[in-house]
Design a protein around this ligand. Structure first.
Ligand SMILES: NC(=O)c1ccc[n+]([C@@H]2O[C@H](COP(=O)([O-])OP(=O)(O)OC[C@H]3O[C@@H](n4cnc5c(N)ncnc54)[C@H](OP(=O)(O)O)[C@@H]3O)[C@@H](O)[C@H]2O)c1
Length: 288
């Protein structure tokens, strides 16, 4: 299949391009300054790139993902995450391509007592979440939305990398124990996204690795996987963070993968093996 991947320099986009190429797809990655430039805030540039590549499927991973910075610049968040997605959808519709848009757990307010299912009512509490939800709503119902959460991978920043960095510099590490979610590893997510995109089911799907933990528990697991003492991690409440984070995060960010399971689509494995592999890869590269 001919596939265009937006955000191909990002943590997830890079993995999707690599995985799709290995799988024999004809894949072109776009970024703001690459061979096929596509700044998604520029409607004309997006249309030119999409017409030139002429894909059957666009896996749209590009976004402004700096959750706290988005609070200070809602216009930019809207331009990239909402209008940018609208431009991608329009360009796709002009050539009859399908879009698979990667969205986020931040569209929910986190007050539910159990994992969020696909048709739970979104109620974002941050500029980032609001802009990503506007991106979802900018796409026609014939396209596909895949919400995921707490991403980690070899390239780019993630909590796994942060924990290893901090462990090298300080004795004790502090992570919140009142926000829970599903750590998801791009090495597992990329193949599942590709399968969902190729299958072409329209609608909204949750795609995460299996397993729900707090950031505190995740940090302990990272240290254990690195052969370090997990007791070095101390729990703290979100309200005790100093300075407080600019953006509110959902206390419960857990996503149930109900829709994909019903359709027999891929369900990602438990996260632990991917976590151990990533920690080993990062350590081999001198992180931590
Ligand atoms: N990270 C998470 O924990 C998480 C959780 C749930 C959902 N998601 C979603 O998953 C997707 C991938 O996240 P990620 O962590 O891989 O993101 P990332 O590493 O921050 O990469 C974002 C990508 O978007 C590109 N981009 C930013 N602004 C752009 C613009 N105006 N035009 C074109 N490209 C632009 C960046 O390019 P430059 O290199 O040029 O900046 C980069 O390639 C995003 O849609 C995000 O909302 C992420």
């Amino acid at each position: 299949m001919r596939i265009l991947v937006t955000g191909s320099t990002g943590m997830l986009g890079r993995e999707v391009v690599e995985h799709a190429s290995r799988g024999g797809h004809d894949v072109v990655g776009t970024s703001r300054s690459g061979e096929v430039p596509a700044d998604i805030t520029d409607r004309d540039q997006v249309e030119r790139a999409v017409e030139r590549v002429h894909p059957e499927l666009i896996i749209h991973t590009a976004a402004w993902t700096a959750v706290d910075d988005c609070e200070g610049d809602p216009e930019r968040a809207t331009a990239v995450n909402a209008a940018g997605t609208e431009h991608v959808g329009r360009a796709a519709d002009r050539i009859g391509a399908r879009v698979l848009y990667v969205s986020t757990d931040h569209v929910f307010d986190g007050t539910k007592a159990s994992p969020y299912v696909e048709d739970d009512r979104p109620n974002p509490q941050s500029v980032y979440g609001t802009s990503k939800l506007a991106g979802e709503r900018a796409l026609g119902p014939h396209h596909t939305i895949a919400r995921t959460s707490w991403l980690a991978g070899l390239h780019g920043s993630s909590t796994v990398r942060t924990v290893l960095d901090l462990a090298r510099r300080q004795d004790t590490l502090t992570f919140v124990d009142d926000q829970i979610g599903n750590p998801t590893f791009v090495a597992d997510l990329a193949p599942a996204l590709l399968e969902l995109g190729v299958a072409g089911h329209p609608g909204t799907f949750h795609l995460t690795n299996v397993g729900t933990v707090s950031w505190f528990e995740l940090a302990r697991e990272v240290l254990a996987a690195a052969g370090l003492d997990p007791e070095r991690v101390r729990p703290i409440a979100t309200s005790g963070l100093e300075p407080p984070r600019a953006a509110r995060r959902p206390a419960n960010a857990a996503l149930a993968t109900t829709a994909s399971s019903h359709l027999g689509l891929p369900v990602l494995p438990p996260y632990r093996r991917a976590l151990e592999e990533l920690v080993a890869q990062l350590q081999a590269r001198g992180v931590g």
